[in-house]
Write a protein that binds this ligand. Structure first.
Ligand SMILES: [Zn+2]
Ligand SMILES: [Zn+2]
Length: 181
């Protein structure tokens, strides 16, 4: 389930679901039409950012127990951070049911460039697949082209592909079934 948290343009959620379904064989995504409200407890007014760990916990509490091959990807359009990091593109429960990504730093406009929706959607797909990969138990991959490589900056995201490298894919092959997102 691709779940907006707070306001996210519905067409973005639909396009992301479509891209996952058409490009990533491990997942079958469904766009949620319901918007889960953002919670004030996650907002840090000093940093003017939301804490991704609190949102992840909130997302999992909102859904409760989910079946083994089901995943929920929360999508936010606000800036998020975790622990000691200035910001994060997303966070996931390793081998768990839930993950979140933020679109906030994926738009070229954020970096002073002109609007490029195709680049934006490509980045969103990479971050979504990356966090969903964590929910399947994958850790960060040293291959800089692999979607499971850690993105320290948007340049890392742009350099990597939305695909799993052969080693990461091999790990996923053992999990025969398709995951419902
Ligand atoms: Zn990661
Ligand atoms: Zn890899």
């Amino acid at each position: 389930m691709i779940q907006p948290i707070g306001f996210v343009e519905p067409s973005i959620i639909e396009r992301l679901s479509f891209d996952i379904n058409s490009k990533v064989k491990f997942f079958r995504a469904i766009a949620s039409e319901y918007e889960l409200p953002l919670i004030d407890e996650a907002y840090n007014s000093r940093r003017m950012q939301y804490n991704s760990s609190i949102i992840l916990d909130y997302l999992s509490r909102s859904f409760g127990r989910i079946s083994g091959n089901y995943r929920v990807l929360g999508v936010l359009d606000v800036d998020i951070y975790a622990d000691a990091l200035n910001f994060v593109f997303g966070e996931a429960m390793l081998g768990g049911g839930f993950a979140v990504i933020s679109l906030f730093r994926l738009r070229p406009e954020f970096y002073g460039y002109s609007t490029d929706m195709e680049l934006f959607f490509e980045r969103a797909l990479k971050e979504a697949v990356h966090e969903l990969g964590h929910t399947l138990g994958l850790r960060h991959c040293p291959n800089r082209r692999c979607v499971m490589h850690f993105s320290n900056s948007i340049a890392d995201t742009d350099f990597k592909s939305y695909m799993f490298c052969s080693e990461c894919e091999f790990k996923l092959m053992g999990m025969a079934l398709k995951f419902k997102v």
